[in-house]
Design a binder for this molecule. Structure first.
Ligand SMILES: [Cu+2]
Length: 302
């Protein structure tokens, strides 16, 4: 009886190891995929989450469209792997249980199987890594930027500069509950929205005047840390008009949750008209972006 128990334990053990090998390998693959997806999830009016929505909100930039298709690819990979591992477990339970397999095999190693469960996951990881790195470099910067928006994080608001539109500068603060007009999004609406043209390659430069913040808009697929003393760069090309919302995504202090981002994406003509108005509107506040004295402005003054 003892001998039988030991044999049985051996068979179960090797079956368990076989399954464990796959689970570890595929778990790593799944994790790698998930880290690539950490950019997604809050609100935007031109592309916003809806009750009972399946999947992501509609992408509003080529970057987000690419992130979404990469996400779909990974979802397929993860689904197939999960079903395969589940199949293996069920197979082991049915085929090698005590009744079906009273005299278990004494096998402890199988070179072929071991090579396969090492090589196949590597091949799949490499197949995932190639589009992943391509996407990473695509989001990194644009080679032909048509305009620049400089973003500075402050505790706890954002300030914006349009260096090639006649130096427009302004602060953007969240509206309090009292200031909200009907229909405006609570904790998302701001006093001065960023206005940007659609169909334009916009270079986004990010820095901070105090601690690390992160400028994030899900519909654009943009999330980049704003680090004091450094200049981060990414880009966006907005597909269609509308208002897009985002939030600071780096824990930056007590009011971290209260420094939202609101972007009004308009046609190029409307943007040109806004620039004319904005120059007048923000001219009265020459140091609007101040408080933190952004590095670029300082350099210019030298
Ligand atoms: Cu912040």
């Amino acid at each position: 009886m003892d001998k039988y128990v030991i044999r049985m334990a051996g068979a179960v053990d090797s079956a368990r190891r076989l399954a464990a090998g796959w689970i570890v390998a595929w778990g790593t693959a799944a994790l790698l995929g998930v880290t690539g997806l950490a950019t997604l999830g809050s609100a935007a009016r031109a592309a916003e989450p809806l009750p009972w929505q399946m999947g992501l909100q509609p992408p509003a930039s080529p970057t987000m469209a690419s992130i979404e298709s990469f996400h779909t690819l990974l979802l397929w990979v993860i689904t197939i792997i999960t079903i395969f591992v589940l199949g293996l477990l069920v197979y082991v339970m049915v085929k090698f249980n005590e009744k079906a397999n009273p005299t278990p095999s004494q096998t402890t190693h199988n070179t072929m199987v071991e090579v396969l469960w090492t090589v196949i996951p590597i091949v799949i990881l490499v197949a995932i890594a190639v589009p992943s790195f391509k996407l990473l470099y695509f989001t990194d910067k644009t080679t032909n930027a048509e305009m620049t928006l400089k973003i500075t994080g402050h505790q706890w608001y954002w300030s914006y500069e349009y260096p090639d539109q006649g130096d427009i500068k302004f602060d953007s603060n969240m509206l309090s509950d009292k200031e909200l007009k009907p229909g405006q999004r609570r904790l998302l609406e701001v006093d001065n929205r960023i206005v940007l043209p659609i169909g334009t390659n916009i270079r986004l430069l990010m820095t901070s005047a105090d601690v690390i913040h992160a400028w994030r808009i899900n519909a654009f697929g943009v999330m980049k840390d704003a680090v004091p003393g450094r200049l981060g760069e990414t880009w966006v090309r907005i597909d269609r008009e509308g208002v897009y919302y985002g939030q600071c995504s780096e824990l930056c202090g007590v009011n971290h949750a209260f420094m939202p981002i609101a972007v009004e994406a308009v046609s190029k003509e409307k943007f040109a008209a806004w620039v004319v108005d904005a120059k007048k509107k923000f001219a009265s506040a020459p140091d609007a972006a101040g408080g933190g004295a952004p590095q670029l402005a300082q350099k210019k003054a030298d």
